[in-house]
Ligand binder design. Structure first.
Ligand code: NAI
Ligand code: CS2
Length: 490
């Protein structure tokens, strides 16, 4: 018998205090849930959200508008225990991407108007790691990227998240208004600092004084965000229908949720601590822990599992050998690189992660996690691996992960099944595979030379390159079973 808790939405107030960029599944199942719970408990209706998509997703924007913006979040502790929340705190949805006719910025004017309203005190973002247009390894703005070049050429008609932030801040400055606070909720290291870099470097190309003003006046707190929210599948919608929820805009996620936020909000913020938001002075230890242990493990499962045609995280952790690999990776290669506050139980955290990965109600597809590896792996594996190697330790699990990622970018798994490689650098990978084919001794170094992904200090370590070459050979010749058996013996 399912144990279902149903929680209706609070009354809408029409009072927008937050603008969000990136109306994806995570925003709807994480930030919006905290804000809905805050509104329900406190009765403070001044933090309604206007949420915009800048890249695709116009159908969702319009679908939510057509139903008065309410949608459902199903929070699964497991397949028999679910909390069904109705969310009403998102009170406006906007689209400023390119539409089917090739036109950009349908609702850009309204979006900017919202962002320069004195009521708007906070702008939050979930635009994925690539949505900041930063070099993943160095964190520098990709000024040559065509999207950023377009925003430099036409700053009043921005298309990117950094461009929209710069234009809105420029208008607030001209109007003599204090700046809103910018809170990134994406899985990037030092996500607040990186967002600040992107915005300042773009603003400086427009007006040095504007760049200076943003550098001194705008707060960009960092945050660690955590809740597993897979992309919806037909199975998910069917399960919700069984619970009496017919909602095409619904999202599912695990019951677990965490949000650790640097407390730097000059214009104020919701008093959301009672909803479990942890306000801290320094987020970095928590961010690094989560990125290296949780997301690092996710990426290991994604590339090794996808190459063996495994579909979901749940399916992957049903294999003892993959669970053993994660355990070893987390405790031997990730945890030793972390500087956590005294009393932090990293072994307990690792066990909790394995428990969360085994949540049988989530169909978290490995291919979704495998997306954008070039943007994800520096913070998930590579910075940690370099620290371990510099400490004189070995990183066999990470070397195997990197080998699996390189093989994954070929676009065909070990059983001959093809799949699309979704990554901003996919065309570059294709050229490398075409150039080197099965010559692993040449292919691996060619990938390690990608300094947008691999820190040169890591790429230059012979023992790391040799470990990746050996793992690649074993993966191709022995398959997943064989390579994991060999690793467990060493
Ligand atoms: P999603 O696919 O549902 O939504 C992605 C969002 O990013 C969409 O709004 C899309 O328009 C926007 N976007 C994509 N590329 C963009 C670009 N170049 N410029 C501007 N906007 C862009 O994905 P989801 O699940 O919402 O995840 C989004 C991000 O949230 C992740 O990349 C990650 O950083 C963060 N996150 C996700 C978690 C999850 O379990 N889904 C958990 C923790 C963090
Ligand atoms: C996942 C993350 O898609 C991915 O890369 O590793 O979205 C992961 O589910 C979240 O960070 C969990 O908080």
């Amino acid at each position: 018998m399912k144990d279902v808790t149903r929680i209706p939405a609070a009354e809408p107030t029409g009072h927008i205090g937050i603008v969000h960029l990136g109306l994806g599944a995570f925003h709807r199942a994480h930030q919006a849930v905290y804000l809905e719970r805050y509104r329900l408990r406190s009765g403070d209706g001044t933090w309604g959200v206007s949420s915009a998509n800048l890249r695709g997703g116009v159908a969702l924007v319009d679908a939510l508008r057509d139903v008065g913006y309410h949608y459902h979040v199903a929070e699964y502790a497991d397949r028999d225990h679910v909390t069904l929340r109705e969310i009403g705190v998102v009170e406006e949805t906007l689209f400023s991407g390119r539409d089917a006719g090739g036109q950009w910025g349908r609702d850009l004017e309204v979006l900017l108007m919202r962002m320069i309203s004195p009521d708007t005190r906070l702008v939050t973002l979930t635009v994925t790691e690539k949505g900041y247009f930063l070099n993943p390894a160095s964190g520098e703005l990709l000024a040559d990227d065509p999207m950023i070049a377009a925003d430099i050429a036409e700053p009043q008609a921005p298309r990117t998240a950094p461009g929209i932030l710069v234009e809105a801040l420029a208008q607030r400055r001209e109007a003599g208004l204090p700046p809103f606070t910018v809170l990134s909720c994406d899985n990037m290291p030092d996500n607040g600092k990186r967002t600040r870099n992107a915005v300042i470097q773009l603003a400086e190309r427009r007006d040095a004084a504007l760049g200076e003003w943003i550098a001194t006046e705008v707060a960009f707190p960092c945050s660690m965000v955590d809740r597993i929210v897979p992309a919806m599948t037909e199975t998910d919608f069917a399960r919700l229908a069984e619970l009496g929820v017919d909602d095409p805009n619904a999202v599912v996620g695990e019951a677990f949720s965490q949000w650790v936020v640097e407390d730097d909000f000059p214009l104020g913020r919701p008093a959301w601590e009672a909803e479990g938001v942890e306000m801290v002075a320094d987020v970095a230890p928590f961010e690094t822990m989560k990125l290296r242990m949780l997301n690092g493990s996710h990426s290991l499962l994604a590339y090794l599992g996808a190459l063996d045609h495994i579909e979901t995280v749940f399916d992957a952790v049903s294999r003892d050998d993959l669970v053993a690999l994660l355990h070893r990776y987390m405790l031997d290669e990730a945890a030793p690189t972390l500087a956590m506050p005294a009393g932090t139980d990293l072994e307990g955290y690792a066990e909790q992660l394995l428990y969360r990965f085994a949540n049988d109600s989530l169909r978290h597809r490995l291919q979704q996690i495998a997306m954008d590896g070039s943007q994800k792996l520096p913070q998930r594996w590579l910075h940690g691996a370099l620290a371990r190697l510099e400490a004189g330790a070995e990183v066999p699990c990470t070397a195997l992960g990197v080998a699996a990622w390189i093989r994954y970018t070929l676009g065909v798994d070990l059983h001959g099944n093809a799949y699309p490689v979704d990554d901003p650098m996919a065309s570059r990978f294709k050229l490398l595979h075409e150039a080197h084919g099965e010559d692993v001794e040449a292919l691996v170094p060619a990938f390690l030379e990608l300094d947008a992904v691999f820190p040169p200090a890591l790429a230059g370590r012979a023992e790391f390159a040799e470990g990746v070459v050996a793992s690649y050979r074993r993966l191709v010749s022995e398959g997943l079973d064989g390579v994991l058996a060999t690793l467990s013996r060493n």
